[in-house]
Design a protein around this ligand. Structure first.
Ligand SMILES: Nc1ncnc2c1ncn2[C@@H]1O[C@H](COP(=O)(O)OP(=O)(O)OP(=O)(O)O)[C@@H](O)[C@H]1O
Ligand SMILES: [Mg+2]
Length: 229
């Protein structure tokens, strides 16, 4: 399985009179890990949501491999088959156990129960939560919940992982752990990963950073990562 290629061209997003993203263009190669940085309100979440087809640009085009994401009339299969999303506020369902939360995307994808359980347990192992599958999210720490959210985003084996502040509100050790998880995923599956963060240390872990200021691209490096799949 290879990661997805992402091409964002002249994308803008307005809400009423407010221009949230302005003429943003960049490309991401399969298997790259990109840090999307910028101060609060600079448009990081908006950008990830546009790429993941949870929102639509006012102008411009977004391609993920051969899918014209900006023009999708029905994004369900694209989201289910190609994208894993770690939401900024992790969005675990409080009434479902950790394991059922991880299985959720697989229910939508009609993966059979036994296979769902196997994948969920393997992912929980991978994120360091062996034995916690029957707990409810309320019994977990913030960092543990973030790890469940990452496991859930990976359950469908996405070619593109969009992670919105996956280390937000975590101490440096937990955040290091999430980070190791993401780089491990890229190594094994070649997954393309975009991580939004206002953590200034984050770009060190990424192949390169894309910085937003007031909805504009402040810098976009064009070098390819060494060793990306
Ligand atoms: N639905 C909306 N309607 C109007 N304005 C919006 C809407 N969604 C986002 N915005 C505005 O767009 C701007 C960018 O928001 P966004 O959530 O993308 O920023 P962010 O960089 O992710 O910030 P943070 O670091 O706080 O998560 C903000 O000023 C926000 O208030
Ligand atoms: Mg945000």
């Amino acid at each position: 399985m290879a990661g997805a290629r992402v091409i964002v061209e002249r994308v803008s997003r307005a809400h009423g009179d407010a221009l949230i993203l302005r003429d943003v263009s960049f490309a991401v190669e399969p298997g790259e890990i990109i840090a999307v940085t910028g101060p609060s309100g600079s448009g990081k979440t908006t950008l990830l949501q546009l790429i993941g087809s949870l929102d639509r640009p006012t102008a411009g085009t977004i391609r993920v491999d051969d899918v014209a994401v900006h023009a999708l009339t029905n994004a369900t299969s694209f989201r289910r088959d190609t994208v894993g999303f770690v939401f900024q506020l992790h969005h675990l369902l409080p009434a479902l156990t950790v394991q059922r939360n991880v299985e959720l995307p697989l229910v939508a994808a009609r993966v059979r129960r036994h296979e769902r359980e196997q994948r969920a347990l393997a992912l929980l192992d991978e994120v360091g939560l062996t034995g916690r599958q029957h707990d409810l999210p309320a019994a977990l720490s913030g960092g543990e919940r973030q790890r469940v959210a990452v496991a859930r985003a990976l359950a469908g084996w996405p070619r593109l992982l969009l992670a919105d502040e996956p280390t937000g509100a975590l101490d440096s050790r937990s955040s290091q752990r999430i980070w190791e998880l993401l780089t491990g995923v890229r190594e094994r599956y070649g997954t393309t990963i975009l991580v939004a963060s206002h953590d200034p240390a984050l770009p060190q872990h990424a192949d390169r950073g894309i910085a937003l200021i007031d909805g504009r691209l402040a810098s976009a490096a064009d070098r390819s990562p060494e060793g990306a799949a």
